[in-house]
Design a protein around this ligand. Structure first.
Ligand code: SF4
Length: 339
């Protein structure tokens, strides 16, 4: 039984319209002085700032190093070229057999549904992805369906982006109805950061089409720090679970955001308390403009080794790295210290 809600599709889109789009607006909201933030004009030009207000509300006022702020604040350091960092670190350009389809792993196909997001994360590995070439028009879903019919070994479709939940529920429900009709499919996975940054995105319409799908739906949220998770998100997760959705989280290890034992333990604890299971913690993909967020694989393994001494196994996200050309993600073992 889906609880009756007052929020509608227009509510979350209104929150989206009211998102912060300039560092100066953020400064005011967070009571920061201009000198406390880095120069950002060139970075801002290259990749626009976009931060919904419900996410800003979880930042600490007066703290220029707030871990949520660091994820979204443009910084001209992004414009300094660093060797080894590229525009397509995962070589996705070579795994797109048709427009908007990424087929890297045999049984799973990823569909780039839209190029837009509700938040622009400065570390995003798709920040340079040629979305304008890969936006799916309504009729282009025909090609996706055709491709899936030609590949009966595919049993899971992953809706990605951008953020697939940027599409209206009226559109999503039509696309999903076509996927529902493919007998080969078992699961529908949705990768989204929207319910984290604008929890009202989990509305009655979304729950209704999810509830009516015969596919097992897995919603993989993206959050990187415990402060991103609050009661409102927990309430939405509870509604998703009532309609049978499995809710997981994946994050990215980011210098200055979550590269401490405390931050990692706190994130897993808060996710679990909100009904979300930690799934993956990715090492940084070497995207151009993001080098200042990177921590080495050795450091990451050492950090997660210390985290493993504190958390039970089921709260440990798998530390993983995506290596272009590999048939699956490479899971990295945490380095345990000798006592
Ligand atoms: S929400 Fe995801 S896809 Fe969008 S900018 Fe952030 S990390 Fe990238």
């Amino acid at each position: 039984m889906i609880p009756i809600q007052n929020d509608t599709e227009s509510h979350w889109s209104m929150e989206l319209t009211q998102a912060i789009r300039s560092p100066s607006e953020l400064l005011t909201l967070l009571q920061l002085a201009p000198h406390q933030l880095p120069e950002s004009n060139n970075a801002e030009e290259a990749f626009k700032m976009l931060v919904p207000r419900p996410f800003v509300a979880r930042m600490e006022q007066g703290n220029p190093n707030d871990p949520l702020l660091r994820q979204v604040l443009a910084d001209n350091i992004e414009m300094t070229p660093v060797s080894g960092y590229s525009k397509d670190p995962l070589d996705e350009g070579n795994h797109t057999p048709r427009k908007a389809i990424v087929h890297k792993y045999k049984h799973r196909v990823l569909v780039i549904t839209t190029g837009t997001c509700a938040v622009n994360c400065r570390y995003c590995f798709r920040r340079h992805f040629p979305y304008s070439n890969n936006q799916l028009a309504q009729r282009e879903w025909d090609h996706v369906i055709e491709y899936l019919e030609q590949h009966p070994e595919v049993n899971e479709v992953i809706l990605s982006g951008g953020d697939p939940l940027m599409l209206k529920d009226s559109q999503l429900s039509k696309h999903v109805a076509r996927l529902n009709a493919l007998p080969q499919l078992k699961r529908l996975r949705i990768h989204s950061r929207l319910p984290v940054v604008i929890p009202s995105r989990v509305n009655h319409e979304l729950l209704a089409w999810m509830a009516s799908s015969p596919l097992d739906i897995v919603l993989v949220l993206h959050s990187n720090h415990g402060n991103e998770i609050n009661q409102e998100i927990a309430a939405k997760v509870s509604q998703l679970k009532q309609v049978g959705v499995t809710v997981l989280n994946q994050g990215v290890l980011l210098k200055g955001v979550n590269d401490s034992v405390k931050a990692q333990v706190d994130l897993s604890e808060r996710l679990f308390a909100a009904g979300i299971l930690p799934y993956y913690m990715f090492t940084f993909d070497p995207i151009e403009g993001g080098a200042h967020f990177d921590i080495s694989v050795t450091e990451a393994q050492k950090l997660m080794g210390q985290v493993a001494e504190i958390l039970p196994g089921y709260l440990m996200p798998r530390l993983a790295k995506e290596i272009p050309g590999q048939p699956a993600k490479t899971v990295l073992a945490p380095s345990l210290s000798d006592h």
